[in-house]
Structure formats: structure tokens, C-alpha cells
Design a protein around this ligand. Sequence first.
Ligand code: TMP
Length: 233
Amino acid sequence: MSLSTAMHPKPARGCFITLEGIEGAGKSTHIAALSALLCSMGIGVVTTREPGGSPIAERIRALLLDSSNTGMDETAELLLMFAARAEHLSKTIRPALESGAWVLCDRFTDATYAYQGGGRGLNPERIALLETLVQGDLRPDLTLLFDLEPALGLERARGRGTADRFESETLHFFDAVRAVYLERAHASPERYRLIDAAAPLSDVGEQADQALRALIETRRGETADASGEGEHL
Ligand code: TMP
């Protein structure tokens, strides 16, 4: 260990938490409360979103969501998602995690499997190749899946104003998106927490809160074991 490392030990990597679900599931409403919970426990937090989350990635987002971009090639859409993700990872997510902050991200690669894989019908093996290329071995520590019937989600989302390029998709598209989310959640129960997003707002908040508290407790236990001390994250 170098002298500077000994004097300024590297902070433990922060946890990477993603929120997923179809439109109208309420992720954006709950992310602020989750961020406040982390802050109240003295944990640094960065709240971000995909596509977007860094200046260039936000420009790619505008292209992807613009409903006047009709007939976008599906592979082009997939590559734009990962181009935005590469920027987001290098400018926002990795620096935050390395500084010890926890990252709360509104959508990540599970959305690519669900929307481009399920909704557009692209081959998930190709998505997996891009995932490895862009992310290396970085995967979320916890994914909160806000699940609800697409008809209800779309009714909520469309009530918010003009539909973007994805919100203009059919119910059939969102049924396929939801099915892939649920398949992935069942395949990786250690990473996913399924949240009933059709429940009253306060219950949904409580479910999300509990999932986050469980991760904080696990992290505290691991950190205490590693350092031989208690409490520090
Ligand atoms: P939102 O931020 O308002 O939820 O909009 C983002 C849209 O982009 C949403 O409809 C889901 C879609 N999306 C994908 O299709 N693939 C992805 O990988 C991501 C991150 C989002």
C-alpha cells in the first residue's frame, strides 16, 4: 500500500440501485423519497436516469424520445441506448460509485432487455453482447421493479401530456415489455425486488423503502465484517 493510500483509504464502492417498470409505474415519484432516505442515513447519493444522465447522453435521449423520429431502425435504437449508457457510465455512474456515493438510476439495461428485446423483438443475446462491451462486469446491486398492468400504466402516463416515441406504442408492445421484466425478475430474485405499483401510493413507497433498508443493512453487515468494526458504510 502506498503512503497516500494509507493516509486516504479508498472509500468503499457505493451501491448501484436501479428502478424499472413500464410507463406510469411511478418510479420517478419514488426515487426522490429513496434519495432522501439515503441522505438521512448519511449516505452520499447521486440520482440519475436513462437514457440520459450526462450531457451527451441527454442529447441522445432527446433523439430517442422525439415522436417525430418515426420509423427509427430497431438496431439503431438499440445502439443509441448503449451509446448513451457508455457516456452515462463514464461521466456519471462510475465516478459516483468510485467516490463511495450510492447511485439511484431511473432505468438501466433491464429496460433494454424489456423494451428493445421484448417490445421490439430484438435478440437478447445481442443485447447481452453489448451489455458486456459497454459495462464490463458492472451490474446493479439491487433493482426495484415497479410492476403494474400496462393499461393502467398507459392511462396514467398519457394523462401527463403529449406522448413521447415510446409512450405512443401499443398495449401489445407494453405487454411484451412487462413480460420480459417479470421473467428477468423471476430469474434473478437475489437482485430484484418486485413492487406492486398498482397499490396505493403510500404502500408502494413503503415497499420501495423496505427493499432499500434491507440493502443498507446487508451492506452494513458486510462492511463491519470486512473492517472488524461496526456501522460504517
Ligand atoms: P422515461 O425516462 O420517461 O421513462 O422514458 C424513457 C423511455 O425510454 C421509456 O419509454 C423506456 C425507454 N427505454 C428503452 O426503450 N430502452 C432502454 O434501455 C431505456 C433505458 C429506456
